[in-house]
Design a protein around this ligand. Sequence first.
Ligand code: HMG
Ligand code: MG
Length: 309
Amino acid sequence: MIRALPPRVRIVEVGPRDGLQNEATPIPTPEKIAFIDALSAAGLPEIEATSFVAPGRIPQLTDAEEVMRGITRRPGCHYTVLVPNEKGLERALAVEVSRIAVFTAASESFNRKNIRASIAESIERYRPVVRGAQAAGLSLRGYVSTAFACPYEGPIAPTAVREVVARLRDLGVEEISLGDTVGVAVPSEVDRLLDALEGTLPLADTALHLHDTRGTALSNVMRGLERGVAIFDASAGGLGGCPYAPGAGGNLATEDLLYLLERLGIETGVDLDRVRHAGDRLESLLGHALPSKVRAAGGALRPQGPIDA
Ligand code: HMG
Ligand code: MG
């Protein structure tokens, strides 16, 4: 059912984690800290700052502790970290985090490559993680990757996603982020998935995490908005991808998402130009252009006259 667009959207900035995890050029820790601080200064309400995964698995993010200890925490901004197991939780609890994100998938093949566990094993692995996070007073988000398609298995049935979402919710994970990990979805598939999740996942706890490999992310955001989704993940500059998801392009760029939302009159509390400038230094360190279209266009539209005239 198409309804009025939400008046306000919460953006979960995943650039420092998803954006950097697939970049081969090592980014010095102080640069990551400066990046996160610039993003929080832009008004982002939640930043996924790093991940506490096994060191060899994501070489770019082995400095997770130093990053978390180095950032300046802006009041009102939640700093989330990705955690794959109890060891990751232990590390996260040793630094100050506000939120834990656990991650599994709707496809067995991707899950095995990514976290070396079946879906059922991953749920069992997260049981003590969720309990520990709750005991520490942290809120929880859970990713369901390959919610539309898997790079190894192809299209994924919405019923398979619903099953994993239900298991995470049973564990006590509140917010669920539905991942178009490889960036293949189109709006009719967003519809099908949201239809399948009705009764299992309230809209207030539903986030879309859209990789923009084929340029369909904003169309899918639009469909999500029309369906009442009001939480979207995005990455400053549009960096991103997962080393265990071949063919995945960057995330939907935060600048591109902000531009759409601003022009639709939807509030976010985030300053587009400040997000754009947060990526400037990163672009020169990485030595390649960041993929955001709005960034390439020089930022927000600053029309000389009324554009509707
Ligand atoms: P494993 O490879 O099965 O190995 O890990 P293990 O559990 O036997 O541990 C191997 C070694 O790592 C041991 O050390 C552990 O102690 C250590 P050793 O005894 O050899 O000295 N270890 C750790 N060290 C520090 N922190 C830890 C930790 N865990 C184990 N947390 C595991 C399984 C899940 C941990 C591993 O496979 C892993 O870290 N995978 C993460 C992969 C990853 O980060 N992928 C990208 C993020 S997901 C994503 O991008 C998708 C998303 O964006 C949504 C979307 O787009 O769809 C979220
Ligand atoms: Mg991702």
